[in-house]
Design a protein around this ligand. Structure first.
Ligand SMILES: NC(=O)c1ccc[n+]([C@@H]2O[C@H](COP(=O)([O-])OP(=O)(O)OC[C@H]3O[C@@H](n4cnc5c(N)ncnc54)[C@H](OP(=O)(O)O)[C@@H]3O)[C@@H](O)[C@H]2O)c1
Length: 220
């Protein structure tokens, strides 16, 4: 695949670090974004220490990272999502924006998918970013597995949804960096309404089987 410059917004968290690690390992140029330049630099250095010479990963504040990348991955909690996305609207204009955000709640009975105004986090991002092409992907990859070692997660599939065919195809190709093969086309962006809360099922399985479960699609 052609190498891309990819910003991971909220890249200091486990999911952002894990995806940044995998993208950089595959030869993409990665910008780890944070609200703090200091935290961004620390996270980028931590990941760089695990990468071969020649890999490119740098820490920047979220706005600089978003403004410098072709593809921006939103890896922030759902709480605070709208404000952050809105604040980056200018930097994200004209870009492909990938949401792996899972709006989940937890109570005594365990995890559950939150009811989201607008359908899903990915659709909210699309509504807030009219000049960006928003794609949903990477919702079901465990950060623990992403960071465990550098072997492709080839037992798992990346389900990708979006309304812009070109953007969706590019993100399906990008999934190769993580699972060793292209992502699975899961349909239009509104499928994020199903993909995001499905993560609650995985977390529930994880608790019962003491594992980090993923998704694999058969019959393709
Ligand atoms: N963890 C997983 O295994 C996993 C798997 C699949 C999908 N996801 C999804 O990926 C996203 C990130 O997950 P995570 O576990 O890495 O989350 P996290 O550690 O809670 O947050 C990631 C980063 O987001 C920034 N952040 C936190 N609160 C924020 C706010 N109110 N406004 C703006 N930025 C904020 C922080 O970076 P700075 O303080 O440096 O700005 C933080 O390090 C979530 O939406 C989650 O549902 C996670």
């Amino acid at each position: 695949m052609v190498p891309h410059t990819i910003a991971v917004i909220g890249g200091t968290g486990p999911q952002g670090k894990g995806l940044g690690f995998r993208f950089a390992l595959a030869g993409h140029s990665v910008l780890i974004g944070s609200r703090s330049q200091e935290r961004a630099t620390a996270a980028a250095e931590e990941i760089a220490a695990r990468l071969p010479a020649g890999a490119t990963i740098t820490g920047k504040d979220n706005a600089t990272a978003a403004g410098s990348a072709e593809i921006c991955v939103l890896a922030v909690p759902f709480a605070g999502h709208d404000d952050l996305v809105t604040s980056l609207r200018d930097q994200l204009a004209g870009k492909i924006v990938v949401s792996c955000v899972n709006p989940l709640g937890f109570d005594k009975a365990g995890p559950y998918g939150l009811a989201v105004d607008g359908g899903s986090a990915a659709e909210r991002a699309a509504a807030l970013l009219p000049q960006s092409r928003v794609v949903g992907a990477f919702h079901h990859l465990s950060a623990v597995r992403l960071l465990a070692d550098d072997k492709p997660l080839d037992a798992e599939d990346v389900l990708v949804c979006g309304d812009d065919k070109t953007a969706k195809q590019l993100v399906m190709d990008l999934a190769t960096a993580v699972v060793g093969r292209p992502g699975v086309d899961a349909g239009r962006l509104r499928m994020a309404r199903q993909l995001e809360p499905l993560t609650a099922v995985l977390i529930s399985i994880n608790k019962r089987y003491r594992t980090h479960a993923g998704i694999a699609v058969t019959g393709l």
